[in-house]
Design a protein around this ligand. Structure first.
Ligand SMILES: [Zn+2]
Length: 318
């Protein structure tokens, strides 16, 4: 009797080693998969949706960068995700693979001016973007929730932009000397280039509006930049959305305020992203405007903390 010994099964080598599975479907790509860069040679993922913690960003055309930032209500998870498409590679950076506490807040205090420590908190984060000219933006005022007057919403949001670029603060630092500027142009009926989960593709209009945000997100800023060789990226476009479905906004702190959020505070924070500031730690620097969470009825983010001010000053004056 002869026993035939079968050779060990061998699978054929893959036709295109290194080609990621997401090249061959239309799935949402997890940001982690792009942490070390995706090579355009494997497949073109321009236009594909990438998911960070809870925020999606669409891969921009080669040469551009797309970014999104979520600000969350107290206890909610914030997010930040940047997709850089340059040099034949798409690379994701952000909070998705971070062990720091950006986006995992522990601060849930109500606001009291006496407790405000923003003038002793020095942190800031610079993101790779800068508005070298004037940031012109429009508001889709028709999206304002009916419980706020359109005039009040417009004023609160514009005040946020004004306070950010003027460096308004409670720390005795000189305001009006930061070389950043914005212009609040006439209203529009355009919507920001966003979905309920994040950022879409740009349309060359800077639009602010109210719209549905998923989960615990108070507001989202999305933007797109072009590289400036050897220098900080140039901002090309940015949009901001304030959630209109899961929370109530106020423009002046209402008597008996409860579970309502300050529109002007969130506006300062979102324009901070537009002008190149990133999130700082919620647990160690909760009083700074650029910490990623805001408690109900808290108006502390209307004025810049020392770190917020330094971040703007160093980006635009140094
Ligand atoms: Zn933010």
């Amino acid at each position: 009797m002869i026993l035939a010994i079968a050779p060990a099964a061998q699978s054929a080598p893959p036709a295109n080693p290194g080609r990621p599975a997401y090249c061959d479907d239309a799935s949402i790509i997890p940001a982690e998969a792009l942490a070390n860069g995706h090579l355009d040679q494997r497949c073109d993922i321009t236009g594909r949706t990438v998911l960070g913690r809870n925020l999606t960003v669409v891969v921009p055309p080669a040469g551009e960068t797309a970014w999104g930032e979520n600000m969350a209500e107290s206890g909610g998870v914030a997010d930040e995700l940047t997709l850089t498409h340059r040099g034949g590679r798409v690379t994701a950076t952000g909070a998705f693979n971070s062990t720091d506490d950006r986006g995992t807040p522990d601060f849930d205090g109500g606001y009291s001016a006496a407790a405000d420590q923003s003038c002793s908190q020095l942190d800031y984060v610079h993101l790779d973007r800068k508005e070298r000219d004037t940031f012109h933006w429009r508001i889709n005022i028709g999206t304002t929730p009916s419980y706020i007057s359109q005039a009040n919403a417009d004023f609160a949001i514009a005040s946020g932009a004004n306070w950010l670029v003027s460096g308004t603060n409670d720390c005795g630092l000189q305001s009006g000397i930061i070389n950043a500027s914005h212009a609040h142009d006439s209203a529009t009926t355009l919507m920001p280039n966003m979905t309920t989960s994040g950022c879409g593709s740009r349309d060359s209009n800077n639009v602010v509006a109210f719209a549905d945000r998923t989960g615990n997100t108070l507001a989202t800023a999305c933007g797109w930049t072009f590289p400036v060789f050897g220098y900080t990226n140039e901002l090309q476009e940015a949009d901001i959305v304030f959630d209109n479905t899961s929370r109530n906004w106020f423009t002046n702190v209402p008597a008996g305020c409860s579970n309502q959020y300050d529109l002007a505070s969130v506006s300062v924070h979102e324009f901070g992203h537009v002008f190149g500031l990133g999130h700082v730690s919620e647990s160690t620097t909760p009083w700074l405007t650029m910490s990623p969470n805001l408690a109900p009825c808290n108006t502390s983010a209307r004025t810049l903390g020392r770190g917020d001010y330094k971040g703007m000053y160093d980006r635009y004056n140094v």
